[in-house]
Design a protein around this ligand. Structure first.
Ligand code: SAM
Length: 332
């Protein structure tokens, strides 16, 4: 194994998020603009063998955690095959998935057999009409069945992600917490991020994470405890309800950035390496791979890229909105 990936700020990069497609079967208004987004031609997407080769190189460089995301990862054909290929790579110890769960009831069992251990599921509301409104046509009942299927298949933890939006779903914060506790699922409340044109739309409903926390404290009273050691490399601040197993987190990309602990980079379906969610710089590893670069050349390109990973995003500062990129391409 090679030396690990340490960026110029001393952060160890051991986590890769892989967007397997830029297409989605939902059209969440804060993620995808009404007129849709320009998607890449399918021929530009790396094949599963190509993606697995790149992921294998990252694993040689010390990346042990991989999360598949999208677009919606489960709409890419035979996604389970990619999971199997990556699970077989030496050094990969933690395989997870981010999904809207529309297709999860069908695939949960196979995904677990192939190596997926954990899942993050987007669930902004429990109300069928609000859900159809936010997602422009999605069906919350299917998602709830997907959540049950993930729990039954043994994925742990199952984390629910709720983007909290003023005037849209902020009245459901407490109800969502009760739902998560009942199911034994973790829950994270997320601030809207100004990414892409649709992110602007979402930003107009911005609801600060500190206000969510205040509501949780009021709802749970003495029963809400900060999780000891709960501030890991990830962006969430975690709390637990009583002595129960469920963890509830808030993610505040805007009001409190969490870049100093950043341990991740992202790969798009075309094989572009994205160094920071909120900065422009990408490295076309997929292009290099298709031009016949050797493993050594690709590893050099990865190391050079990590050396220039930016210190932090600039949401809400110099650049109010990240216009150059859509969340649906990189997968959050
Ligand atoms: N389709 C999958 C899903 O639904 O989880 C994976 C991709 S989706 C882009 C990943 C996450 O990004 C979702 O939880 C979604 O709510 C979140 N997201 C998209 N646009 C966002 C925005 N502008 N602000 C905050 N979160 C956003």
């Amino acid at each position: 194994m090679q030396d690990g990936l340490i960026d110029s700020f001393g952060r160890r990069i051991d986590y890769l998020r892989v967007s397997v497609t830029d297409r989605c079967n939902y059209r969440c208004f804060y993620c995808i603009p009404a007129e849709g987004v320009e998607t890449a031609a399918r021929s530009e997407f790396l094949s599963y063998e190509e993606l697995s080769r790149l992921i294998g190189l990252f694993s040689e460089l010390g990346v042990s955690k991989v999360r598949f995301t999208g677009g919606e990862p489960l709409i890419r054909r035979d996604m389970v095959q990619l999971v199997r290929l990556v699970a077989a790579r030496r050094g990969i110890r933690d395989l997870s998935l981010s999904t809207n769960a529309h297709l999860l009831e069908r695939y949960a069992g196979e995904l677990v057999d192939a190596g997926i251990g954990r899942v993050n599921i987007s669930l902004d509301t429990l109300d069928p009409d609000t859900f159809a409104g936010i997602t422009r046509g999605g069906e919350v009942a299917r998602v709830l069945r997907g959540i049950n299927a993930a729990l039954e298949a043994g994925m742990r933890p199952v984390k629910l992600n709720m983007v909290v939006m003023k005037g849209i779903n902020d009245h459901e914060i407490e109800r969502m917490l009760d739902f998560a506790v009942e199911r034994g699922a973790d829950l994270r409340f997320i601030e809207t991020m100004p990414i892409g044109e649709a992110g602007l739309e979402g930003g107009s409903h911005y609801y600060p994470a500190d206000k969510v926390l205040e509501r949780l404290r009021n709802h749970c009273g003495e029963n809400l405890f900060p999780v000891k050691g709960g501030k890991g490399a990830g962006p969430a601040r975690y709390y637990q309800i009583g002595s129960g197993p469920v963890r509830v987190g808030v993610i505040s990309a805007i009001s409190r950035h969490f870049c100093e602990g950043c341990n991740r980079v992202r790969l798009t379906a075309k094989g572009e390496l994205v160094l920071c969610l909120g900065q422009e710089d990408t490295v076309p590893l997929g292009e290099g791979l298709r031009r016949g670069w050797s493993d050594e050349a690709l590893i050099r390109a990865i190391r050079d890229a990590i050396a220039r990973k930016p210190e932090r995003h600039e949401f809400g500062e110099r650049r109010a909105v990240v216009r150059f990129r859509d969340m649906s391409t990189i997968g959050g």
